[in-house]
Write a protein that binds this ligand. Structure first.
Ligand code: SF4
Length: 308
């Protein structure tokens, strides 16, 4: 199954998520990644799955009138799928819905990737650093990706692309949120000239247990330095689309493997399927593990919690 949701997104409303990538396949292994550590760190673009199957799944999963965006996001980096341009184009043609791509932006130095993303309506690239050293500390990229090539790619894409570019900056306490680091990120943002900037901080369980969210006053300072950036530091609210699932257990495992579920969200899913007691049973069977992060209780699938 390649499609999940619609899920409530803090920027995209009700977003139908599409993952065209095998789990944890990425060109980065960010310290804050909510998917855990990358297991396949790579930069080679591949056709991972039959593109017609992904498209069929997108078309059959989009509930009419209930989706604001189809979002290619992936259980890793979506631009590693070399069929991405074809998928974006056919999704737009068939569904007449706006398409967004959430990408780490590392492959935008490649012309084929820029051409593929050029077909989407909104591109949301990551920019967590303004220099090589911090880039390596936060994003831990593949050895063949340098800060300069990543930044050059984002600048070139912005110049060629007429759609919306919304940069996301994830601030990690003590790593990229000092005054000096924020000024350095601002310098890089100015070179790209995006339409919007969002400031985030890890609010869901990260890959590395030592990662902590930035303080509220630091986030305010970042918003100010970045010229009125929007803060997206609240936990999302709203219900998950569950039509493609046949029971609560399946829904909790599939959604929870991509999007860490707070305890109350798992219980809501249980209630929506009228399957009282399923969550408790899954905890007893050790399919779900209790995990506390930043004062919030999560229930993570056991394989997803391992190593954190
Ligand atoms: S946060 Fe995104 S870019 Fe970073 S490792 Fe996870 S999937 Fe890759």
């Amino acid at each position: 199954m390649y499609v999940y949701g619609p899920v409530p997104s803090r920027r995209l409303g009700r977003s139908l998520g599409v993952s065209p990538i095998p789990p944890k396949t990425c060109s980065y292994t960010c310290v804050y990644c909510q998917l855990g550590r990358t297991t396949d760190l790579q930069i080679k673009r591949e056709s991972y799955f039959p593109k017609e199957d992904i498209l069929a799944d997108i078309i059959s999963s989009a509930p009419e009138g209930k989706t604001d965006y189809v979002t290619f996001v992936g259980d890793g980096e979506p631009t590693l799928n070399k069929d991405l341009g074809w998928l974006i184009q056919h999704t737009r043609d068939r569904l007449h819905l706006p398409v967004a791509v959430i990408t780490n932006g590392s492959l935008l130095s490649r012309k084929d990737v820029r051409e593929d993303l050029g077909m989407a309506d909104v591109i949301i690239p990551t920019l967590d650093a303004g220099n090589e050293m911090t880039f390596r500390a936060v994003n831990r990229p593949h050895r063949n990706i340098s800060f300069d090539s990543m930044l050059r790619g984002q600048i070139d894409f912005r110049r060629e692309y007429s759609g919306q570019v919304w940069i996301e900056v994830m601030l990690v306490k003590g790593l990229n949120d000092t005054e000096e680091e924020l000024q350095s990120i601002k310098h890089a943002i100015d070179m790209i000239e995006p339409d919007r900037v969002y400031v985030l901080t890890p609010i869901r369980p990260p890959a590395e247990s030592w990662v902590k969210p930035s303080d509220p006053q630091t986030i305010l300072r970042a918003q100010e330095i970045f010229g009125g950036a929007v803060s997206v530091t609240e936990l999302e609210t709203g219900q998950f689309g569950l039509t493609e699932f046949t029971n609560a257990r399946q829904a909790i495992m599939e959604i929870g493997s991509r999007h860490p579920l707070r305890s109350e969200q798992a219980t809501e899913i249980e209630l929506m399927f009228s399957e009282s007691g399923v969550v408790r049973q899954m905890i007893e069977n050790k399919e779900l593990v209790n995990f506390k992060y930043n004062g919030v209780d999560y229930l993570l699938p056991e394989h997803f919690a391992r190593g954190r």
